[in-house]
Design a protein around this ligand. Structure first.
Ligand code: PLP
Length: 392
């Protein structure tokens, strides 16, 4: 396997002018991620600031309902409410070690922007966030939070004015000032080394989970995670990829249904193409134009996917399924009522797959769902949700 690739996917599809920075980043990552002091500093911050390790919670009521042993990996309990802070804080610390004074990031709903602005405030870095103008309007509260944390938020007016355009703008800003800036990418996407680096920083989820299961004397049969760009899934899958008997399932957003144009199911419906500096599966038309995507969850609303997942899909090491807006909202409400946990809409896609998976299993199984985030940010969407509405 070529180092920048997972099987046929990955690479560095950026202009020549970016290669220096990608090499610099690769070298810094390889150096610091093995260095004792860096690892100790990061570990301490993850513990005392983020709140790790997150609990592995045995969901007794869900288990009774579905007839299997169901555990939730509680990433919703992290500072800022989701797994994104694991990666944002790790990259921001790396930026600081590299002597960078300013970090930039793209954001869709604002969760990665919020995590990056938080890490910047903590570490004393200047921070600028790129966000589609439509998202700036829809997510006014997150914009205000980022500004309160000291970040500058740029509203991007091109195209559909959402995550895809924000990412393109962030890449452009980075390439224009590449020696000064550190670009904090928010998922396992982008040119190498980003997919590998983000998967590494998020693998703390899977490593903890594996140790927690072992302590309980349990072996997982299934691990479920929602997939947007794929970082929370990559994080929990990573230490289990070698354990061939553990079945890994990524859940994409089927929106209004896979037979409509209103979904974001990249692996179910996409074809190989280039997006944001990587070769991967992309939702595109016959001319290679990237298609608009739809999901009720802003965090899954992305027409590409990390190259690791394209490879796990093609090699059949992991399976990918799709859950509609409506199935997801039912699962969200069930978790609220039965377990007293309000999950993020993204995470509820993974929860919703229990309803499809559990009745099919002949043997009593141990199933882990990565609860990637909490639902506080989604209250308005949940309250106003009506079946069949086109969001995004
Ligand atoms: C952003 C987000 C996701 C999707 O991103 P991945 O990179 O696929 O993990 C999932 N859940 C939550 C709560 C998010 O904020």
């Amino acid at each position: 396997m070529k180092k920048a690739y997972y099987g046929n996917y990955g690479g560095q599809f950026l202009p020549e002018s970016a290669m220096f920075a990608l090499n610099e980043l690769e070298n810094a990552f390889l150096k610091f991620s093995k260095q004792k002091e860096f690892k100790a500093e990061l570990k301490k911050l993850l513990k005392t600031y983020v709140g790790r390790p997150t609990p592995l919670y045995f969901a007794k009521n869900l288990s009774r309902i579905y007839g299997h042993e169901i555990y939730l990996k509680r990433e919703d309990l992290n500072h800022t409410g989701a797994h994104k802070i694991n990666n944002a804080l790790s990259q921001a610390l790396l930026a600081k070690k590299m002597g960078k004074k300013k970090i930039i990031a793209e954001t869709g709903a604002g969760q990665h922007g919020l995590a990056t602005a938080t890490a910047a405030a903590l570490l004393g870095l200047e921070c600028e966030i790129y966000m589609g103008a439509t998202d700036v309007q829809r997510q006014a509260l997150n914009v205000y939070k980022m500004q309160l944390l000291g970040a500058k938020v740029n509203a991007i007016e091109s195209g559909l004015k959402t995550l895809k355009e924000a990412t393109t703008a962030a890449i452009q800003a980075w390439v224009n000032d590449i020696e000064k800036l550190f670009y904090v990418v928010g998922s396992v996407v982008g040119p190498y080394p980003y997919p590998m680096m983000v998967a590494h920083f998020q693998s703390v989820i899977g490593k903890e989970c594996k140790a927690q299961l072992k302590k309980l004397g349990k072996k997982p049969n299934y691990i479920l995670a929602a997939v947007g760009g794929g970082s929370n899934a990559a994080g929990i899958f990573e230490p289990f990829i070698k354990d061939k008997e553990v079945k890994l399932i990524g859940i994409e957003a089927a929106g209004l249904g896979l037979s409509t144009p209103y979904h974001a199911a990249t692996l179910s419906k996409g074809r190989t193409g280039i997006i944001h500096g990587m070769k991967t599966k992309v939702l595109q038309d016959d001319l290679g134009n990237i298609l608009p995507v739809h999901s009720i969850s802003a965090g899954l609303d992305y027409p590409g996917i990390g190259p690791l997942h394209a490879h796990l899909f093609e090699s059949k090491r992991a399976n990918y399924e799709a859950i509609s807006d409506d199935e997801c909202m039912r699962a969200l409400k069930l978790l609220c009522k039965e377990e007293g946990i309000i999950p993020a809409i993204e995470s509820s896609h993974a929860l919703a797959f229990l309803e499809k998976l559990c009745p099919k299993l002949k043997k009593k199984s141990v199933i882990v769902v990565n609860l990637s985030g909490r639902g506080d940010k989604d209250m308005q969407t949940i309250r106003e949700y009506k079946k069949g509405t086109i969001y995004g």
